[in-house]
Design a protein around this ligand. Structure first.
Ligand SMILES: Cc1cc2nc3c(=O)[nH]c(=O)nc-3n(C[C@H](O)[C@H](O)[C@H](O)COP(=O)(O)O)c2cc1C
Length: 378
């Protein structure tokens, strides 16, 4: 962790309401990254040239570490994330309609457990405003220097049996700007959303997205874009395998493992207990092992033939390495940035390169799923 963040950032954070601190950080990053000298400064401090390049669904990434969904829901700090060294940025969840989300407070920090509990409820400006922001960014600055992923959510007002129209409309509006789409059917904070992990809902969503994806591709003279499905860590292994089979046979190109959990670990810290008693999805260290185990299960089930993204409790190079060895090609974080600060990317990419040297792997792809192979080195 950067010394500055350890000594000043974290203690300052303790006195801040979580959502307000997040808002200030986002506004600060947007303001800094709008000014060229400040952007160069950020790059100088946090960006490093990486040798851990990796290919995912046909696109080359400078290294495997990117920003998880939820941090920049409305694509407000687009120039900031690449300056902090991230190799890809997932915006959203974006829903068809603008919505305020749940009443505040709705985001809580459990510092001892290094966990967050949130019940944001897909607060976002909606597909039209986000598309307009991306268009204006593209016109003024050109495309992002890193792949942009779009997390698709469902508006609260859209009935579950019409969910596919919500996802497909957002996809159509944001299609020109995205490298990858993530169908999020696993947020615990939109009533009944997780039911869409079931066969009927998921098949309808993937089919509607496939039709829109192909028609946008034809219109723009490009290939259709990869579509991933993001699932909940609360699925049993059996349910997970079922979702994988359904998603694969209905055209999904890979999976993001995983979203926040409804489970809570035991804690002896009263302050953490108060946070754990809050309703919502928990992220950070306590989801790490389940999320990694899910990667193992899916990698084994698909014999490593289906692209996987690991997210949940990544706050060091060792955490990222463990997910890669379990079968993830790319790794993301949200909570790690809250607890470790903006130098997280640099320390992860440095650490991954060190691991590659130690293990003798010449490319990062050699390490993907290596714990399942008899020649795989730790
Ligand atoms: C405040 C907050 C908002 C989030 N919003 C979304 C979202 O809109 N869509 C989504 O797919 N995941 C969302 N997530 C989940 C994260 O992308 C990630 O899957 C989860 O937090 C686990 O990763 P972490 O332990 O690195 O935080 C959110 C997480 C947090 C903490």
């Amino acid at each position: 962790m950067g010394a500055f963040y350890r000594w000043f950032g974290r203690p300052w954070l303790r006195f801040q309401d979580s959502e307000r601190a997040h808002r200030r950080a986002l506004v600060g990053l947007r303001a800094l990254s709008a000014v060229a000298p400040a952007r160069w400064l950020l790059r100088g401090m946090y960006h490093r040239r990486s040798t851990a390049t990796v290919t995912f669904c046909g696109t080359t990434y400078a290294h495997p570490f990117g920003l998880a969904a939820g941090m920049d829901k409305n694509a407000e700090a687009l120039r900031g994330w690449p300056a902090l060294g991230l190799s890809f940025v997932e915006i959203g969840g974006v829903t068809q309609h603008e919505q305020l989300g749940n009443p505040k407070p709705r985001m809580f920090r459990a510092s001892h457990a290094q966990a967050l509990v949130n019940r944001m409820g897909f607060n976002n400006q909606g597909s039209e405003k986000v598309a307009a922001r991306l268009k204006s960014h593209w016109n003024r600055h050109g495309p992002l220097p890193v792949p942009l992923w779009v997390n698709l959510g469902k508006s609260k007002i859209t009935p579950l049996d019409q969910a596919e129209q919500d996802y497909a409309t957002t996809m159509r509006l944001l299609w020109p700007f995205a490298t990858v789409f993530v169908v999020n059917v696993s947020s615990p904070n939109t009533p009944n959303l997780r039911e869409l992990q079931n066969d009927d809902g998921l098949i309808r969503i993937l089919e509607a997205c496939r039709v829109v994806n192909q028609s946008c591709a034809d219109e723009h003279g490009e290939a259709a874009k990869p579509v991933l499905v993001k699932v909940a860590p609360d699925l049993t292994d059996e349910q997970l395998i079922h979702v994988v089979d359904t998603a694969r046979s209905n055209g999904a190109d890979g999976m993001v493992l995983a979203n926040t959990t409804l489970a809570r670990p035991p804690t002896s810290h009263p302050a953490d207990q108060r946070v754990f008693d809050e309703q919502g999805g928990m992220s950070g260290q306590p989801v790490k092992h389940r999320a990694t185990e899910m990667i193992r299960v899916v990698h084994r089930h698909t014999t490593g033939s289906w692209p996987l993204v690991g997210v949940g409790g990544v706050s060091s190079a060792d955490d990222a390495w463990e997910k890669i060895r379990a079968g993830a090609t790319l790794v993301q974080a949200y909570s790690g940035f809250v607890f470790e600060g903006p130098s997280l990317t640099k320390s992860i990419t440095k650490g991954l390169e060190r691991r590659m040297r130690q293990t003798g792997y010449s490319t990062l792809e050699d390490a993907v799923g290596s714990e399942h192979r008899s020649d795989g080195v730790a």
